[in-house]
Design a protein around this ligand. Structure first.
Ligand code: NDP
Ligand SMILES: C[C@H](CCC(=O)NCCS(=O)(=O)O)[C@H]1CC[C@H]2[C@@H]3C(=O)C[C@@H]4C[C@H](O)CC[C@]4(C)[C@H]3CC[C@]12C
Length: 294
């Protein structure tokens, strides 16, 4: 009898979870005709997100500093079926440009449905060198430009009940060596956007904020920067890009990619931090690390 009761309870829980998450089925058609900004889209994950959105029939505005690369990405987006594809070149080290990107989308599209904040400034992969000015500069590019664009886009996103997608990293949830400035900026994103999400809920603002926690990805810049030191295999940028878009379209609070390299360490972070620390440090081959003199 007890077994039957346990079976009934388990079945009830399973069905509740199944039907609660039933709305979590992604369809590419969700992005058809949607108006999307993708920053940092001249290469890497951002470039791949632009291509996925193009195949789904979105209106796309991409941005980065390198105009020649942006032109090629826009041409490929058009070829892949984008409803429209445009670019604006400039640096996110000035908030004037950050706002300009949003205003260009308003002029082009008359509104905005999804803001994908993905760009990052150049930094080193090495022991912290004490340069606080570099940390400040990176905060401008990796954090304050994200906040600036969100503020500028919010009137449009409120009208469309749109989404803000923030591309972060496992470095934004767990402290790890060799990325102090970068990790500082990614942790800041969590503080800013996770707090903002709670305020949106309190104020009944139906704009979703999706924070993406990403592990090592096989972009050219990442492979060039860390290969040989990080022992785990890098995950495919194409799949990573699609998972980010899916998470935004489904209005997820957070996206974890790759799941085993992000969510599992996060579970350990709070329950067994010393175990996590020793496991993660095993992931570094410091024999291949070229120490730069401070
Ligand atoms: N690759 C990885 O292992 C991981 C990446 N991530 C995150 O994914 C996102 C993309 O990373 P990834 O694709 O590897 O990076 P890439 O280096 O491939 O791309 C970075 C993009 O940002 C642009 N960019 C660089 N500096 C500036 C600037 N000052 N102003 C505006 N745009 C700029 C670059 O274009 P341009 O030089 O033309 O300006 C490029 O388009 C980042 O947020 C990163 O933190 C998270 C976890 C792991
Ligand atoms: C070092 C990268 C910072 C951006 C950069 O300057 N790239 C070089 C651009 S260049 O081509 O112009 O030289 C970091 C970007 C993504 C980081 C990785 C990441 O976020 C996941 C892991 C997080 C962990 O804390 C450390 C290892 C990571 C693989 C991390 C390594 C540094 C990045 C590649």
């Amino acid at each position: 009898m007890a077994l039957l009761k346990a079976l009934v309870v388990f079945t009830g829980i399973f069905l509740a979870v199944y039907f609660y998450s039933a709305g979590d089925v992604f369809e590419p058609a969700m992005l058809k005709g949607k108006r999307v900004i993708v920053t940092g889209a001249s290469s890497g994950i951002g470039e791949q997100m632009a291509y996925h959105l193009a195949k789904m029939g979105s209106h796309i505005l991409i941005t980065a500093r390198t105009e020649e690369k942006l032109k090629k990405v826009v041409a490929q987006c058009t070829h892949l079926g984008a409803a429209s594809a445009h670019y604006i070149a400039g640096s996110m080290d000035t908030m004037t440009f950050a706002k300009l990107v949003v205003h260009k989308a308003e002029n082009l599209f008359g509104g905005l449905d999804m803001l994908i904040l993905n760009h990052i400034g150049h930094t080193y992969f090495g022991y912290f060198d004490g340069n606080i000015d570099h940390v400040r500069d990176l905060l401008e590019i990796n954090v304050l430009s994200y906040a600036t664009m969100t503020v500028a886009a919010l009137p449009m996103l409120k009208k469309s009940n749109g989404n803000v997608v923030v591309v972060s990293s496992v470095a934004g949830k767990i402290g790890l060596p060799l990325t102090v400035p970068y990790s500082t900026t990614k942790f800041a994103l969590d503080g800013f956007f996770s707090s903002l999400r709670m305020e949106f809920i309190q104020q009944n603002i139906d704009v979703s904020i999706t924070l993406c926690i990403i592990s090592y990805i096989d972009t050219d810049s990442a492979l060039k920067t860390v290969s040989g030191v990080i022992q785990q295999p890098a995950a495919p940028k194409e799949e990573c890009a699609l998972e980010i878009i899916k998470g935004g379209a489904l209005r997820k609070r957070e996206v974890y990619y790759q799941y085993h390299a992000t969510k599992i360490p996060l579970l350990l972070r709070d329950w067994a931090p010393e175990l996590l620390q020793s496991l993660l440090l095993k992931n570094y081959n410091m024999d291949n690390f070229q120490r730069k003199e401070v």
